[in-house]
Each structure stands twice: as structure tokens, then as C-alpha cells.
Ligand binder design. Structure first.
Ligand code: NAP
Ligand code: F7E
Length: 339
């Protein structure tokens, strides 16, 4: 039985990766930050029999003594390092905290592996935010990086730390440069989930309006369940390397809003422009979407569109879920939850 350690197991990807590795019969260890409710985050959505199979270790990746002891004790075959302060908007407000967790925490993970379990394979959750102000369309492994937020900068440090440890110490450490991937388990502050939750509430009459920032931002949105399969494939490959995982399609936030309302039976009609733009219910004329500059970022990533050909040809990985299906899954689930 293979042993996996997942940092960030309570997050969106941690949930789907746990399910995948359980299916593959792994012994799973997960790091969970202590909280006053003893909450397991998204893991609470697992069945009891799934939960019973997990080995939870309460701790924080910024604690190097904790990371050393856990890696020394478990000696995992595979480490999926997913833990991070992952919200771009928040990283502008708290850059130091973001660097401490995303850079300091990553250093603790790779150092512990180097010192105490050098046969472990390590996956690092890098991101399309490395491309930021894009230097090439579409973005692939060879595209130059230009991060646009403290989050992007912190992940760039993580990316190079992984590459540097791989080359310096002959360790199996790989970067997954994942484009946005979403799901019904996505945190409610990310734009897709914010939209689908609001659409569900608006359609049930328990919310008046959805306020958003930049409606024109374009993202390459996939389904998280498909992407954790890619993470696993990256570590099954016979050599450590860096891979882009993306859908190779891009849509605006506005497109996402329109489609999400459509799945709740509402047709959105846009009027006005800039901060005065509104989205109205085409039947009743009621304003359901407004622009609120509070959600604008000091620097924006305007366009992301990936090219996953390397992952396709080397790993045989391709996303299975199309954009429309993703939006439908998320809206349906939120309607169910609100009901
Ligand atoms: P997420 O839902 O925000 O989950 C982040 C996880 O990290 C949570 O389990 C969180 O624990 C944990 N964490 C944060 N700080 C920690 C600390 N100091 N010590 C221990 N655990 C800590 O993120 P996600 O969407 O699953 O993404 C997983 C990883 O992929 C992240 O590194 C993210 O930056 C990266 N990424 C995500 C995307 C995407 O589109 N989803 C794309 C590219 C890369 P709590 O539950 O206690 O908060
Ligand atoms: O924003 C715009 C916002 O916060 C997407 C993380 O998983 O993916 C994620 O980062 C876009 C941006 O995700 C609102 O300005 C408009 O252009 O959902 P998001 P993100 O910043 O792309 C990458 C790949 C990661 O690695 C990150 O960890 O939507 N937007 N109005 C808004 N965004 C939010 N959150 N809220 C709004 O009201």
C-alpha cells in the first residue's frame, strides 16, 4: 500500500485528491490546522467510512519542527503539497502572511523531505497566476512568468524552490502549473462559487443582488476532480518535471454569470458600462448583478488560457469536463444546498 501525505487536505483540491487516492487504496495522511471547532473543512463531506480511513495530523506547515517530525515519522511515498493562502485578493491585503505560508511553508516541506525522506516524490501546487501579465497566448511550460499579486510572487518562489531542490539534491519534486479549477467544494469567496451561491439564493428569493468586480477578466476554468487526476499522474511519471494543466479554453466572468443564471432559469440582459454596468432579469427588468469597485484588485490578471499539450502527450492527461458542464454542476449543487 502506497503512503501519501496531503498538506491542504481540507481545501477544495484536498477533498477530491483524498477521494481519488482512497479509490486507489493509498494510506492517506493529511495535515489539518487546529481550529476551535475541530472542523475538518471539506472532509466533512466524506462518508464516515471514508473519514475513518484517514490519518489526520493537526499542525501548520509554517512550523518547521512539526513538518520535520511528520515527514520523519510517515516517510510518505508521495507528498502532495497543496496547503497555501490561496486567495489572490486577500494576498494584496496580507502579503507578509501570504509569503510566510506559501514560501516559508513550502521551504519547510521540501527541507523536511530532503533531510528525512529523500525517496518521497513531491508535488507542488504551482499556478497559472505565475503567468499574470501574460507574455504569450496560450501559456505553456516555456512561457515567461510575470506574476501580478503577492500570491503570484509567493508561488513563483515556490516553483523555483521545487526546481532548485530537484536539480541541486536529485530529489523527485514536480510542479503542477494548474489553471483555475473549480467545483461545488470551492471556497465561497472565489468568483465562480460566489456566483453560483448567489444565483441559487437569488432564484430562491433570499438574496437581492450579486455584486462583482471585473466582469471582463478571462479565465481558463476546469473541474477540480479532473485536475487532481493530473496531480497524481505527475507523480506517477518516471521523472520529475513541470506540467501545465488547463482546458485550453477561456471565458469571461460575465460569461460565467450569464450561464449560471441560465441554469437557474433566468436570462440576464446587460445595460450600461464600466462601474455603472448592471445585469437585469430580462423578464422582470429587476437588477440582479451590479459592479462594486471594492472587488477590483490593485493589479489584475486579465487573460489566462493554457496549453496542456505536454501533459497530454507525456502523461496522457486531458480534462473531461467542459465549461458548461462545470457551471451546471456548481449551480445544481448550490440550488440543492439552498433548498
Ligand atoms: P483551498 O481550498 O484554499 O485550500 C487550501 C488548503 O491549505 C486548506 O486546506 C487550508 O486549510 C490549507 N492551509 C492554508 N494555510 C495553511 C497552513 N499554514 N498550514 C496548514 N494548512 C494550511 O485551495 P485549493 O483550491 O484546494 O488549491 C490547492 C492548492 O493549489 C493551493 O496551494 C492553491 O494555491 C493551488 N492552486 C489552486 C488553483 C485553483 O484554481 N483551485 C489553481 C492553481 C493552484 P484551512 O482549511 O484550515 O484553511
Ligand atoms: O478570481 C475576478 C477577479 O478569485 C477570478 C485561485 O484558486 O485561481 C484562483 O485565483 C477573476 C479575477 O480566482 C470578483 O478579479 C470579479 O480576475 O475566483 P478568483 P483567481 O484570482 O483567478 C488561480 C489559478 C490560483 O492559483 C488561486 O489560488 O474574477 N472577479 N469579481 C472576482 N473575483 C472574486 N474573487 N470576487 C469577485 O467579486
Amino acid at each position: 500500500m502506497k503512503i501519501a501525505l496531503i498538506t491542504g487536505i481540507t481545501g477544495q483540491d484536498g477533498y477530491f485528491l483524498t477521494k481519488l487516492l482512497l479509490e486507489k487504496n493509498y494510506e492517506i495522511h493529511g495535515i489539518v490546522r487546529r481550529n476551535s471547532q475541530n472542523s475538518l473543512g471539506n472532509l466533512d463531506y466524506l462518508t464516515n467510512s471514508e473519514k475513518e480511513k484517514l490519518n489526520i495530523h493537526w499542525g501548520d506547515i509554517t512550523d518547521n519542527l512539526f513538518m520535520d517530525s511528520i515527514i520523519k515519522k510517515i516517510k510518505p511515498d508521495e507528498v502532495y503539497h497543496l496547503a497555501a493562502q490561496s486567495f489572490v485578493g486577500f494576498s494584496f491585503e496580507n502579503p507578509k502572511f501570504t509569503y510566510d505560508v506559501n514560501i516559508g511553508g513550502t521551504l519547510n516541506v521540501v527541507n523536511a523531505v530532503k533531510e528525512y525522506s529523500s525517496d518521497s516524490k513531491v508535488y507542488f501546487a504551482a499556478t497559472s497566476e505565475l503567468f499574470g501579465k501574460v507574455q504569450e497566448i496560450p501559456q505553456k511550460e516555456t512561457t515567461s512568468f510575470y506574476p501580478r499579486s503577492p500570491y503570484g510572487v509567493s508561488k513563483l518562489a515556490g516553483f523555483w524552490t521545487i526546481k532548485n531542490y530537484r536539480e541541486s539534491y536529485d530529489l523527485f519534486m514536480s510542479n503542477g502549473i494548474l489553471f483555475n479549477h473549480e467545483s461545488e467544494m470551492r471556497g465561497p469567496e472565489f468568483v465562480t462559487r460566489k456566483i453560483t451561491l448567489s444565483v441559487a439564493k437569488i432564484s430562491k428569493g433570499i438574496q437581492e443582488c450579486l455584486e462583482l468586480g471585473n466582469l471582463d477578466a478571462k479565465r481558463d476554468w476546469g473541474y477540480a476532480k479532473d485536475y487532481v487526476e493530473g496531480m497524481w499522474k505527475i507523480l506517477q511519471h518516471d521523472e520529475a518535471d513541470d506540467f501545465v494543466l488547463s482546458t485550453n479554453e477561456t471565458y469571461t466572468v460575465r460569461n460565467f454569470v450569464e450561464l449560471a443564471f441560465k441554469f437557474a432559469g433566468i436570462n440576464i440582459m446587460w445595460e450600461g458600462c464600466g462601474i455603472n454596468e448592471v445585469g437585469k432579469d430580462s423578464k422582470s427588468g429587476k437588477i440582479l448583478v451590479k459592479v462594486n469597485p471594492a472587488f477590483f484588485r490593485p493589479a489584475e490578471v486579465e487573460l489566462l488560457i493554457g496549453d496542456h499539450s505536454k501533459a497530454k502527450s507525456i502523461l496522457g492527461w486531458e480534462p473531461k469536463t467542459k465549461f458548461e458542464e462545470l457551471v451546471e454542476i456548481m449551480v445544481k449543487k448550490d440550488l440543492e444546498r439552498i433548498n
